[in-house]
Design a protein around this ligand. Sequence first.
Ligand code: IMP
Ligand code: MG
Length: 181
Amino acid sequence: MLDDIDRILVTRQQIARRVAELGQEISRDLDRLCDGDEFVMIPVLTGSIIFVADLMRQIPKKVRISPVMVSSYPGGATTSQGVAIIGELPDDLAGKHILIVDDILDSGSTIKVLREALLERGARSVRVCVLLRKDIPEAQEVSCEYVGFDIPNEFVVGYGLDYDNYYRNLPDVAVLKKEMM
Ligand code: IMP
Ligand code: MG
């Protein structure tokens, strides 16, 4: 697996430091925002599994987690093919504060579609936390409360992010060699 990598873009140490900061920031905001209301984290599967596992342990609050599955890059595609929410969203979100957790903000369609759908279900507030945001106008224009790292417009893998469902178990965020894609 390591032979397939061109270079590391964000190291596991940088990720750990930043996730701790994000956890503190989110916890502070929740103190202000929630005031006894319920707080639900909605990780977007599958890419956010590792991020959300680390992030939620940096948020010492009473929280439920309710994953959703969204498909935007089926199989080996590296450009967005349109977004679909797979399965049903929870139907008990009215009045709750929601934090969407995703691996990366690219075209922004995933976040736009989900935020809209959650507000439609009566969520009290919907905030978004992404580990990575690509340096492209579409991604920069989507409102997103918490961003781990801004990265160049390259296809990345690792720390949950995949290419054709591989490389999610890389501990760092890396760029694949061209011949691997
Ligand atoms: P968006 O809807 O275009 O913002 O895309 C978001 C989803 O596409 C993410 O949750 C990822 O699963 C996937 N994605 C976007 N860019 C990359 C990448 O560079 N590597 C791996 N997956 C990506
Ligand atoms: Mg993916």
